[in-house]
Ligand binder design. Structure first.
Ligand code: GLY
Length: 258
């Protein structure tokens, strides 16, 4: 999960790591979390700068005595643990610099039922996540994001909040979410989805039901990927775009949806 997310963080197509949206001050601040469904252990970082792969830092937090470290403290923790640091300009792409210049000072917000994604983003650029089940049935989930464009300095969305943008419990299943953090937080979306899972309700039904709940309860759109403890896969989105891929035993190539 960590390695898959590192690839996506390094890919400028997504709002995570390189290619992230710039905040109101034109800086990149990153949030990430990883959760081990075997023991419910979590590691999360938020509003961190200069760390090339925030998911690797989140994993290091998971392996420590702590669960969640933010801002300057997260950068200090990265330095103490030898996590790769980079020049903050490494994250900034021409496309995002132009978006920031075009919309400088505007509040670019998500709370208009998907219109944000069509009008402002115009491309499948958002949070990244991965969920995996190993041969022993253990489920791990991870999520990483640059958050919202023009967000205030220090703003943290759903992605790194356990239960909101990520959850994994190997006795039920795990998932990762994308979409407007301010709305996803209100319904604790990913934990809500995991709580729906049962032998009768598989991962696909649960992601669809959780996204309906997000819409009906707070008018939000979003996306979810999931695996349940029976190995069933779910992926759905009510945003205009979300790319995803999965591979299972017996498949020679991943199944991709763009
Ligand atoms: N889902 C990403 C964010 O709102 O920060």
């Amino acid at each position: 999960v960590e390695k898959a997310i590192c690839v996506l963080e390094d890919d400028a197509a997504f709002d995570a790591g390189r290619g992230s949206f710039l905040n109101a001050e034109g800086r990149v601040q990153l949030d990430a979390a990883i959760m081990n469904g075997a023991d419910l252990n979590t590691g999360a970082v938020a509003a961190v700068e200069r760390v090339r792969n925030p998911i690797t830092l989140a994993r290091r937090v998971l392996e420590s005595d702590w669960a969640y470290i933010v801002g300057e403290g997260a950068l200090e923790f990265a330095r103490q643990n030898g996590i790769e640091e980079c020049n903050p300009w490494w994250f900034v792409t021409q496309e995002e610099m132009e978006r920031w210049s075009r919309h400088r000072g505007e509040v670019l917000y998500y709370l208009r039922d998907g219109a944000f994604y069509r009008d402002v983003l115009g491309s499948p650029s958002d949070t990244v996540g991965a969920v995996a089940m190993d041969s022993g049935g253990n489920i791990v989930a991870g999520t990483s994001t640059g958050g919202a464009p023009n967000k205030p300095v220090g703003r943290v969305g759903d992605s790194s909040l356990v239960g909101c943008g990520i959850y994994a419990d190997s006795t039920r299943g795990g998932g990762s979410a994308t979409g407007p953090g301010e709305l996803i937080i209100r319904v604790v979306l990913t934990k809500h989805m995991v709580d729906l899972l049962s032998e009768e309700v598989g991962a696909q039904q649960a992601v669809e039901a959780a996204l309906r709940h997000l819409k009906e309860r707070v008018g939000g759109c979003g996306g979810l990927i999931a695996i349940d403890r029976w190995g069933r896969i779910g992926r759905a989105h009510t945003t205009n775009l979300m790319s995803s891929a999965y591979i299972t035993e017996g498949l020679s190539e991943p199944v991709v949806e763009v």
